[in-house]
Design a protein around this ligand. Sequence first.
Ligand code: PLP
Length: 392
Amino acid sequence: MQAIDSDALMQVTKRPPQVFVSGSGSWLYDQNGTRYLDFVQGWATNCLGHAPPELAQVLGRQAQQLINCSPAFFNEPAARLAGLIAAHSCFDRVFFCNSGAEANEGAIKLARKWGERHRAGAFEIITFERAFHGRTLATMSASGKPQWNSLFEPKVAGFPKAAFGDLDAVARLVNPRTVAVMLEPVQGEAGVIPASREFMQGLRALTTEHGLLLIVDEIQTGMGRCGKLFAYEHAAIEPDIMTLGKGLGGGVPLAALAAREAVCCFEPGDQGGTFNGSPLMTAVGCAVMQALLTPGFLAAVARKGLVLRLGLERLAAKHGLGEVRGEGLLLALDLGSALGPLLVERALARGLLLNAPQPHLLRFMPALNVVDEELQLALALLDALLEEQRAR
Ligand code: PLP
């Protein structure tokens, strides 16, 4: 394999030698023309697969018309996308930014501002053990990743942690300094652990009872990934704040902070960012929304999620593995042992891209428009890998 000179890249992760040069739908191609069935999809950003023609067209058209006019001016695609999100959610206003972490920073700032205004300076946000909210200092502090406990100290204060799923533990942490509870409807990086409907409803009732905000981090779960436009809909609740990222831009850097009118208390100068809400990125977001809102699209995601789930359950039974978890097309197969990284490596060698956010499991995040044949091919490749592993 022809290597590239990557010496000037800062080393922040171990990368395999492949250099990817193009992609189409569920397929990614390296510099030698070898193709890979991609069930990682840019860490679940490419909701419409690689290089979808409808996004390429919008990008090209918008780039020729207007790329950025500064966030201090209105632009039509940003207003249109905000309107689409508001019209299809329980939120009224949207702030656009460039990454999930930045959206969560915005949510934290908005909650703190609201606490200053309405709860006598309350600022604590109850978050969860093993949560993942991003890699800025505040979002690392809000996260509960054990490996980060002593990294980049001191942490940002004000994020007491409860065990995920334990409503009593959350209630015990509520005090006069508390302003909000923040969670992922499905904890993705922790190992695809869904919050139960009862837990989500319990959190909504508890936060309402104490006059607190409920913040859902839908950066991984939102934009159709879980078979509904937003995962909070599965629990039939209405949160106060939601953050979006990943799929919102279909692969381009676009994220959002959405909030109910009563919570929107930023004043001029409180929040902003040079690239935020650019027409180039928000035009792509509009095209993504349009695709997801096409009649039947989300129902197809739910159906394909079921197909993949049943296939994984069959493999789990056949090879004596653990449970299959998740919602829609965000699924994980618990391997019962720390085989994840090894299987990811072997899958790559066989032309299947998978990801192991924890050593004992594999995560599946195919494009939302993946077709049944691709699901069956991924299952067959995985079956062969597991068979080979058993034979060793
Ligand atoms: N929140 C959740 C639930 C995520 O899964 C991620 C990324 O994986 C983030 C926040 C951070 O998003 P970004 O990497 O775009 O900053």
